[in-house]
Each structure stands twice: as structure tokens, then as C-alpha cells.
Design a protein around this ligand. Structure first.
Ligand code: FAD
Length: 424
């Protein structure tokens, strides 16, 4: 890359100005048709599908391959609405058929090996794909082995996580419907970091709302591996106190270590808790494929540390990691995954055009949580990257202390928009 100081200042000034006006990626789009090269994206979830799409939009000459084993996209956002009986599985299930229109080559397969020296990935079917830049967006791996008895209980359908939307989401809904009135639903939250910090508390609200409508004598026990409600505390507390008084028994610092599916018991260091429906969410780490690339590089070899301006791995050159697999102060949400995807697409397009990427990218997050069948609240943040400091939260939308009907409507608009941004 040949850049003199004046070019660099011009570029970084333009990029910073664009970032401040929220148009960093669009600006990149105007000037990047020079970018050429092969980019392989692994995983067509929130992060990967968005990244592939914007790579082609901003780098129309790029050869972009998107590898994903599933033929449908099932959204975790709004999966709690299915569990609470407000939506159907069809409402959160989407097809991939519009993505290829962007010139993305979609491959239905799983990546099983990565040679970072040869810059090549191999799939389960034996196909090989060379890359100049690789984007890993595999989401999370659930550490079910860390919980005694979990795998056996899961195989017998006695415990679910429903933390990857799909068959378990539908199963949990069926189990709640089949549970007799007066039964107990046990849900456990792992210690942070984990996918979508507010989601367990939203799930408790929506199940409580369902119980109120259909089985008013039933109870929820929420075992939290964290010392306190990890996200939107005021919002959830107000819902639990005002709408669900006496229904949700919240027990902090109480991470389970074992599940007994025969006796329907979840055990923590403090107690054995019996439930009629068990929803234990295991601890997590970066998706398996990050391990294949040697990109799980934090001190526990669990998550991926990246250069946060480009999302390139701090230890594996030419490999970018986005979404839930990244260790940072950005929340593990679908919204930030799409935002990181755009920052990464913009950075790759610049790098492959022989230029420097935006030095001050912006990542946004808006996360709605329903508190009942008619109310929701939100948290909204904008984070701006500052060299040497990381992502700094800017003054933004903040968070709501109580749920309301307006935000319930806005939540649905948010979902419609983000699904379109990822898949259309
Ligand atoms: P994913 O979206 O999980 O995508 C990963 C993809 O990679 C998958 O399609 C997978 O099949 C594929 N993959 C994995 N391994 C391989 C491989 N070896 N080869 C090829 N492909 C592979 N976020 C919000 O913003 N708002 C919400 O309201 C919200 N609600 C949530 C509710 C619940 C109950 C949960 C569990 C999560 C919620 N989230 C929400 C969080 C959101 O779902 C995640 O943050 C988001 O999915 C992360 O995107 P990702 O691209 O990292 O991973």
C-alpha cells in the first residue's frame, strides 16, 4: 500500500467526518470500486450475511463467497416472542434466496478446516476456497460439556437452551403449553459474557405474561450466574414488580453446574431446584470455526480479540471475526453484529483497494425487549472507535425504565428492518 502523509490525513479526515455524520460506509461505497480480491465469509447469520452483502455493494468487483450449512435463517431476536406465544416459528424464519442477487456466491456447507498460511478454507463436502480476506461470523458455541448430565437430559428432551433459534425454540414453546397450571418453569442465565444479555430476562417476562393469560398458578425460578440483572435492570424489575408480582423468583449468583433430566432437577452450589420445564442456558465461547483458525485468542482461549477498527484478528493476519464471537465492550447482539459487519466490509474494501480503512468507525446498537404481550422497552447506544481506547459509548438513546405500547410497536418495526438489512 503506498500512501503518503497527505493522503493519509485526507483519508482519515474524510473518514472521521463521515463517521460523525453516520455515513462512513456510504462514503466508502463511492470510492471503492477499485477493490479486487477473494473474500470468504463463514456463517450467514446476522453478522456474516450482512458483511457479504455490503462487501458486494461497496466492492462490486470483489469475489465474495458466503458459506452456511442451513438453508433457512431463524432469528434469535423475537424467538422469545414465539416462546411466549406471541409469534409463530414462521414469523421468525426467513429464506436466503434474495442474497445471491447481490452477486454473492452462496455455498450450503460447513467449514471444517482453515489453513491460514495457505489462506484456504475447506468444507465438510471437501470443497476448498482460497481467500485474500476471511471473515468468521459463526456466532457462539454452547459449552454443554461444562454442565454435568446436560447432554443426556438434552438428548432426552428434558432440558433445552433455546439459545440458537430453531427446533429448541419450538420445543420449549410446546413444553410450556403442555405444562399443567401450577407448574414451575426454571430458567438459568450463565455468567457474562454470553449472547444477548437482556434475553433471559425478556424470556422470563414473556413466559410470565403467558402464564398470567393461560396458567395463572404457575411460577418461574430464574437462576442467574451473575450477581445482578445483567442488562436493562430497571425495565425488568419494574415489569416483575408491577405485572408479575409473586410469579418470578429471581436468585442471583446461582449458576447451575448439573442437570438431572430423570428427576427434573437443576443443581447449583447452593441448592437443587426442581422444575416441570427446564431451560438451562450453558456458558458460551466463540463459534468452533474460530478455534480452527487459531483466532480464539483471549486469555481463556474462549473468545476472539480483534483490532476493533477493522475486526481483523490480533493474532491471525487476514482473518476478521465479527458478531458474538468477538471479545469487546460491544454488546453481543444481532444489531451490533450487523454494524460490525458493515465496519468490516468497509475496512476490507479499503484494504483490498490499497488504502487505509476508516480510523474512527461507529457501531450502533438498539435492543428492544418485550415485557408483556403489549409492552416493550429498549436500550440504544452508539459507540465510536478511538485509537488506543477502543469503542467509546457516545450520548445516544439511553434506556427505558418501563415498558410501553409504543415501544412494543417500534420493536416490531426494528425486527422488520433488520431482517431486511441482513437478507434483502
Ligand atoms: P449468528 O446470527 O448465530 O450466525 C452464525 C451463523 O454461522 C449461523 O447461521 C451458523 O449456522 C453459521 N456457522 C457456524 N459455524 C459454521 C461453520 N463451521 N461453517 C459455516 N457456517 C457456520 N439481538 C438483537 O440485536 N436484538 C434482539 O432482540 C435479540 N434477541 C435475542 C433473543 C434471544 C433469545 C437470543 C438467544 C439472542 C438474541 N439476540 C438479539 C442476539 C443475536 O441473536 C445474536 O447476537 C446474533 O445472532 C449474533 O450474530 P452472529 O452473526 O454473530 O451469529
Amino acid at each position: 500500500m503506498t500512501l503518503n502523509r497527505r493522503d493519509f490525513l485526507k483519508l482519515s479526515g474524510a473518514a472521521a467526518a463521515a463517521a460523525l455524520s453516520g455515513c462512513a460506509h456510504q462514503t466508502a461505497a463511492l470510492s471503492t470500486s477499485a477493490a479486487r480480491g477473494r473474500v470468504v465469509v463463514v456463517g450467514a447469520g446476522f453478522g456474516g450475511a450482512t458483511c457479504a452483502k455490503y462487501l458486494r455493494q461497496w466492492g462490486p468487483r470483489l469475489d465474495v463467497t458466503l458459506i452456511e450449512p442451513n438453508d433457512i435463517f431463524v432469528s434469535c431476536p423475537f424467538s422469545n416472542w414465539v416462546i411466549g406465544g406471541l409469534r409463530s416459528m414462521d414469523d421468525i424464519t426467513h429464506r436466503y434466496d434474495r442474497l445471491p442477487r447481490h452477486g454473492i456466491k452462496m455455498v450450503r456447507d460447513s467449514v471444517v478446516a482453515i489453513d491460514t498460511d495457505m489462506r484456504q478454507v475447506r468444507t465438510r463436502d471437501g470443497a476448498r476456497f482460497d481467500y485474500d480476506r476471511l471473515v468468521l461470523a459463526p456466532g457462539i458455541e454452547l459449552l454443554t460439556d461444562a454442565l454435568q448430565g446436560y447432554k443426556e437430559a438434552e438428548a432426552a428432551g428434558k432440558v433445552v437452551h433455546a439459545w440458537k433459534a430453531g427446533a429448541q425454540t419450538a420445543l420449549l414453546r410446546r413444553q410450556l403449553v403442555a405444562m399443567p397450571d401450577g407448574g414451575t418453569f426454571v430458567i438459568s442465565v450463565p455468567a457474562a459474557p454470553y449472547r444477548c444479555p437482556p434475553a433471559p430476562y425478556e424470556r422470563a417476562c414473556l413466559v410470565a405474561s403467558y402464564f398470567k393469560r393461560a396458567k395463572p398458578r404457575s411460577k418461574i425460578i430464574l437462576l442467574d450466574g451473575n450477581p445482578d440483572i445483567a442488562s436493562k435492570k430497571e425495565l425488568f424489575q419494574s415489569a416483575w414488580n408491577e405485572r408479575y408480582a409473586g410469579m418470578i423468583d429471581y436468585r442471583p449468583n446461582n449458576a447451575p453446574f448439573a442437570v438431572d433430566g430423570d428427576r427434573m432437577i437443576v443443581s447449583s452450589d447452593f441448592e437443587d431446584v426442581r422444575g416441570d420445564v427446564l431451560n438451562v442456558v450453558p456458558r458460551q465461547r466463540a463459534g468452533e470455526v474460530c478455534g480452527l483458525a487459531g483466532a480464539r485468542n483471549d486469555s481463556n482461549k474462549a473468545w476472539c480479540t480483534v483490532n476493533l477498527a477493522t475486526f481483523e484478528s490480533t493474532t491471525v493476519p487476514n482473518v476478521h471475526v465479527i458478531g458474538d464471537s468477538v471479545l469487546s465492550n460491544l454488546p453481543k447482539s444481532g444489531h451490533t453484529a450487523t454494524s460490525q459487519a458493515k465496519v468490516t466490509a468497509g475496512a476490507i474494501v479499503e484494504l483490498l483497494a490499497g488504502r487505509l480503512p476508516d480510523p474512527a468507525p461507529v457501531v450502533a446498537n438498539t435492543c428492544y425487549s418485550a415485557t408483556s404481550d403489549t409492552t416493550a422497552g429498549y436500550v440504544a447506544n452508539v459507540f465510536r472507535f478511538e485509537a488506543g481506547k477502543g469503542y467509546i459509548s457516545q450520548r445516544a438513546g439511553g434506556t427505558t425504565a418501563t415498558g410501553d405500547t409504543r415501544n412494543f410497536k417500534l420493536a416490531q418495526a426494528w425486527a422488520k428492518n433488520i431482517w431486511a438489512d441482513v437478507l434483502d
